[in-house]
Design a protein around this ligand. Structure first.
Ligand SMILES: [Zn+2]
Ligand SMILES: [Zn+2]
Length: 144
């Protein structure tokens, strides 16, 4: 099973909050992640355990950081989400609907199918909201 297929939307959301803090040059505290997810710290902690077990985050002195594998997985997720949005957009859904519809499938769908959808749509460069879509095959070290 591919990593994304083992994750929940809440776990991906946690990765995104951690990535945002990390881009500011620091890790994310449990309190910050919980606030981002709008849950209590113990619930946030329950999302972090599996992420750590999968090697996607590392916790150090109370702060969570994405590992290289975590960064790659988040990029993969964004590619899945945006390719799926583009697909729904081409079927006539509005930008807001494409996002909701993409969330229903973006974790379950395989990299291979996403690449096929990407190709069938002539490799779109952005999603309906203008966010960049990484090209096929730039994401090496698939598998895990
Ligand atoms: Zn979206
Ligand atoms: Zn989008």
């Amino acid at each position: 099973m591919e990593i994304l297929q083992q994750l929940t939307q809440r776990q991906v959301e946690s990765l995104r909050w951690i990535a945002a803090r990390q881009s500011e040059g620091r890790g994310a505290s449990l309190k910050e992640i919980a606030a981002g997810l709008r849950v209590k710290p113990p619930s946030a902690l329950a999302h972090l355990g599996p992420l750590e077990d999968l090697g996607l985050i590392r916790r150090y002195r109370g702060k969570s950081h994405l590992t290289d594998k975590g960064q790659r997985t988040l990029q993969e997720y964004l590619r899945h989400h945006r390719v799926a949005e583009t697909l729904f957009g081409s079927l006539g859904l509005g930008p807001k609907e494409t996002c909701a519809a993409a969330h229903e499938i973006d974790l379950a769908i395989s990299h291979r199918t996403i690449d096929q959808i990407c190709e069938a749509q002539q490799h779109p460069k952005t999603c309906p909201h203008g966010a960049p879509i990484l090209p096929c095959r730039t994401l090496s070290a698939r598998g895990g």
